[in-house]
Design a protein around this ligand. Structure first.
Ligand SMILES: [Zn+2]
Ligand SMILES: [Zn+2]
Length: 162
């Protein structure tokens, strides 16, 4: 269907979706996020491409819930909310007790692959599980809170049961 198109999404830099139809319904746009007060964006900060929003199909009214994408479809850069979470998770990894420096490094290096859906995701997941088990339940809960919204759908189910 050639008349189908993506609207533009407006999302705050922490990843709260403000408006998945920022082009067709600009009256719902906000300069700042009402959940966290951060600035909102409608385009990739790296390449300037619009963030893809709701997918319009003529004659079809869909209520699919829209999720903020993790990476830019045009240049592959992580969006700010993805970058912030990866950074926070890496900082948390450094704070965990009971892990050796080597384990902390391995945990940190597995983070970007948890967000991508690629062949290395399984490896990253296995590594993550092994190390986080050693770090304990609080560490796991902390990582879950930070990462659950940006990890790939597969990881979300198998690792966080969400
Ligand atoms: Zn926000
Ligand atoms: Zn981009």
């Amino acid at each position: 269907m050639s008349d189908s198109y993506y609207d533009v999404a407006q999302i705050c830099i922490n990843g709260h979706v403000i408006n998945s139809m920022a082009k067709d319904y600009p009256q719902s746009n906000q300069k700042y996020c009402s959940d966290c007060g951060e600035e909102t964006i409608t385009a990739c900060p790296s390449c300037g491409s619009n963030i893809r929003g709701h997918y319009h199909v003529p004659g079809v009214i869909s209520f699919s819930n829209f999720h903020a994408p993790s990476y830019c479809f045009n240049c592959g850069s992580p969006y700010p909310w993805t970058a912030i979470r990866l950074e926070a998770a890496a900082e948390l990894a450094d704070e965990l007790d009971g892990l050796t420096t080597d384990e902390k490094e391995k945990l940190k290096s597995s983070l970007p692959d948890l967000v991508k859906d690629g062949p290395k995701t399984v490896v990253a997941e296995t590594r993550f599980k092994k190390i986080i088990k050693k770090a304990g339940a609080d560490a796991y809960e902390g990582m879950k809170t930070i990462l659950v919204d940006v990890v790939s759908e597969t990881v979300k189910k198998s690792m966080f049961g969400a």
